[in-house]
Write a protein that binds this ligand. Structure first.
Ligand code: PBG
Length: 341
């Protein structure tokens, strides 16, 4: 190409663009940093942790790099998270199959694993926020989030148990209750149960738009409910074809008293997150689920994608879509990287 032709092209470009060249802002690291619109911070992250009985940590096969931790291990993890500036950890118990039953009665045991862990963390690391799920699936012998009559998941009977579970967990030290069960009316009932127990400061982060998803598989391995699960959760978790319904769920949960809401899974539902955050002015979180974690790790371990880069890209995309924060198994890794720069 001759210089004359380039000059000609340049003229055309000046004419067409009115002199606006978008690449000017991208030319250097400093200029890209200067105009970046969305940032990840350690404060954006909630770290989900799996807890087990006994002293040994146990790797979760479908989540490379993630283990079920002993209570002492969870206390160490909480200290580590606090040092990194992560504001909240979310606790999920692995329950021995022998302790599971039809009604998930371990959920109502004030000395169950998750309550003992919350108490230990509260004592050792009082500055970190603790979140606990309201749902029965870690405790039921059928792996569902509520109680059943034959094939049916009973709504109101389940809510009655979730109210008690929430109070027990809050009394043990949970600062945030995360109803992840998708029963109707549970947020209002849990709020009033907490208030009646004098737990007015306990927050509720409602899993509002929680879809029936294939991306929860590794989590169910981690809490031990995958092998037990009878059927699927489509009579209570949402249909992945819907988005208006997610707005209605979110509005309803806010009306019932949710302080914060959540969209789950995240990556395949960023449109839902974006719609909700543009419609409602409520802190809205997204859950980067176990299946999303596993996908990135598998591709990365095979050398098919650059995992480190993919993680930051995806988590920043959550922020771009409007998330106030993200529940992510990558939380400590990313917070450490952010701290180092
Ligand atoms: C329990 C619950 C699930 C997850 C969080 N809480 C699984 C499910 O609903 O089956 C999934 C989290 C993940 O996949 O990382 N109700």
């Amino acid at each position: 190409m001759t210089g004359r032709n380039v000059t000609e092209v340049s003229k055309r470009i000046e004419n067409a663009t009115n002199g606006l060249r978008m690449r000017r802002l991208r030319q250097a690291d400093w200029s890209r940093r200067l105009v970046r619109e969305n940032h990840l911070r350690p404060e954006d992250l909630i770290w989900p942790i799996f807890v087990k009985d006994g002293n040994e940590a146990e790797p979760v096969a479908s989540m490379p790099g993630v283990s079920r931790q002993s209570i002492a291990g969870c206390v160490d993890a909480a200290k580590h998270a606090a040092d990194l500036g992560i504001p909240v950890i979310a606790l999920f118990p692995y329950t021995d199959p022998a302790l599971r039953d039809e009604t998930g009665s371990q959920a109502l045991n004030p000395d169950n694993l998750v309550c003992r862990t919350a108490r230990a963390i509260k004592k050792a690391v009082p500055e970190i926020g603790i979140m606990c799920d309201a749902a029965l699936d870690p405790y039921t012998s059928h792996g569902h989030d509520g109680v059943m009559d034959g094939e049916r998941i009973l709504n109101d009977e389940s809510v009655e148990l979730l109210m008690q579970q929430s109070v027990i967990q809050a009394e043990a030290g949970a600062d945030i209750i995360g109803p992840s069960d998708m029963m109707d009316g549970r947020v209002a009932c849990i709020r009033s149960a907490l208030d009646d127990a004098g737990l007015r400061d306990t927050l509720i982060m409602a899993y509002s738009a929680k879809y029936a998803s294939a991306f929860y598989g590794p989590f169910r391995d981690a809490v031990g409910s995958n092998a037990m699960l009878k059927g699927d959760k489509r009579t209570y978790q949402m249909d992945f074809g819907n988005v208006d319904e997610a707005i209605r769920e979110a509005e309803q949960d806010v009306a019932e008293g949710a302080d914060m809401i959540m969209v789950k899974p995240g990556l395949a539902y960023l449109d839902v997150l974006s719609r909700i955050t543009q419609t409602l002015n409520v802190p809205t979180f997204a859950y980067q689920t176990s299946g999303e974690y596993a996908m990135i790790m598998a591709a990365s371990q095979n050398g098919w994608i650059d995992g480190d880069k993919a993680i930051v890209e995806v988590l920043t995309a959550y922020k771009r879509a409007g998330a106030s924060g993200i529940l992510s198994y990558f939380a400590p890794k990313i917070a450490a990287e952010l701290k180092a720069v």
